[in-house]
Design a protein around this ligand. Structure first.
Ligand SMILES: NC(=O)c1ccc[n+]([C@@H]2O[C@H](COP(=O)([O-])OP(=O)(O)OC[C@H]3O[C@@H](n4cnc5c(N)ncnc54)[C@H](O)[C@@H]3O)[C@@H](O)[C@H]2O)c1
Length: 306
């Protein structure tokens, strides 16, 4: 069945360039009224202009779509609130939020100023929190919402020289997991995208012959799926070059030590068994870990849990 967004209102942050632009154009092609948000700054977050967002709006309107440009800095709550107000005043609703805006300030941790750490946290983490907070009550009231966080392989697996970006991107996975739980009964589904694409953000690291494969348009279908009515929730989808995969965080069964052997030496001695991946699984919420450990302890000690 064709996925459509007729009558729906979609905000994509950072959508004047790269992945966000590809997402917002596709939402518009599929019938959505879209807010093209972009601060219009440089890759490191400096500067700003609404021209870039305006150009994308003109492209959408030129093909018969409906779009408005917005130059809010996602790191500033007042500006984000005004953006959400602008969309609701014009169209009366917001159905989808794609948190995509981002910057880089790469340096090894040893050489990184705390200001560069903070700036990246502010745009990626606080920016996503701000935008989500600004639409959350509205979505709860309407009992419908689709939200995407943009994470990264750097957050999920680490990358040399990107400690600030890694910390922010993994924080978004925690945010997604908890908001997915809190939004569930209000019809709000929250997912995360781990994209791989050739954009100005990756222009230094992707060889020229691979650029065509890594076009942002190859990532966007994952976002469209995650924002559709039948979207899953609390999933991380990695996407790029035509590939799509689910990323999970899992836990091994582990070992249980009895009180008389409960020391660091036995953790060291048991490490191979602790790390044994057979039977590894994804837990559904934090408290499940407590339940699992208490059940394991009860089994090991032969006691009954009340
Ligand atoms: N390109 C990749 O391979 C890749 C990989 C992993 C994650 N990502 C993530 O995907 C997202 C999009 O990245 P991209 O590669 O398209 O980069 P990009 O630089 O082409 O696009 C990012 C856009 O965000 C805008 N922006 C930056 N700060 C903003 C702010 N404070 N408020 C509003 N807009 C702001 C920029 O002006 C820019 O248009 C980012 O979150 C990035 O971290 C990209």
């Amino acid at each position: 069945m064709t996925i459509r967004f007729d009558d729906q209102v979609v905000i994509v942050t950072g959508s004047a360039n790269g992945l966000g632009k590809s997402h917002v154009l596709e939402f518009a092609r599929r019938g959505a009224r879209v807010v093209v948000n972009d601060l219009g700054g440089a890759r490191d977050g400096s500067g700003g202009s609404s021209k870039a967002a305006q150009a994308v709006v003109e492209e959408i309107v030129g093909s018969g779509g409906e779009a408005i440009a917005n130059a809010a800095n996602v790191a500033e709550y007042d500006q984000v609130e005004a953006m959400v107000g602008q969309a609701i005043d014009k169209w009366g609703r917001i159905d989808v939020l794609v948190n995509n805006a981002g910057i880089l300030r790469d340096k090894t941790f040893a050489k990184m100023d705390l200001a560069d750490f903070q700036m990246v946290m502010d745009v990626h983490l606080k920016g996503s929190v701000n935008c989500t907070k600004a639409v959350w009550e509205h979505m709860r009231e309407r009992q419908y919402g689709r939200i995407v966080m943009t994470t990264s392989s750097t957050g999920l697996y680490g990358n040399f020289g990107q400690s600030n970006y890694a910390a922010a991107k993994m924080a978004l996975v925690g945010l997604m997991n908890t908001l997915g739980l809190e939004g569930h009964k209000y019809g709000i589904r929250v997912n995360a995208l781990s994209p791989i694409a050739a954009t100005r953000m990756t222009e230094d690291v992707i060889p020229e012959n691979l650029l065509a494969l890594l076009r942002p348009e190859a990532v966007t279908p994952a976002v469209i799926f995650m924002c559709s009515e039948d979207a899953p929730s609390r999933q991380i989808i990695a996407a790029g070059a035509g590939g799509f995969a689910k990323v999970t965080i899992q836990e091994t069964p582990g070992i249980f030590l009895k009180p008389d052997s409960l020391d660091a030496e036995n953790v060291a001695a048991g490490w191979d068994k602790i790390a044994e991946t057979e039977g590894m699984r994804e837990l559904q919420f934090g408290g499940e870990q407590t339940e699992k450990f208490l059940a394991g302890a009860a089994r090991t000690l032969g006691i009954k849990l009340e």
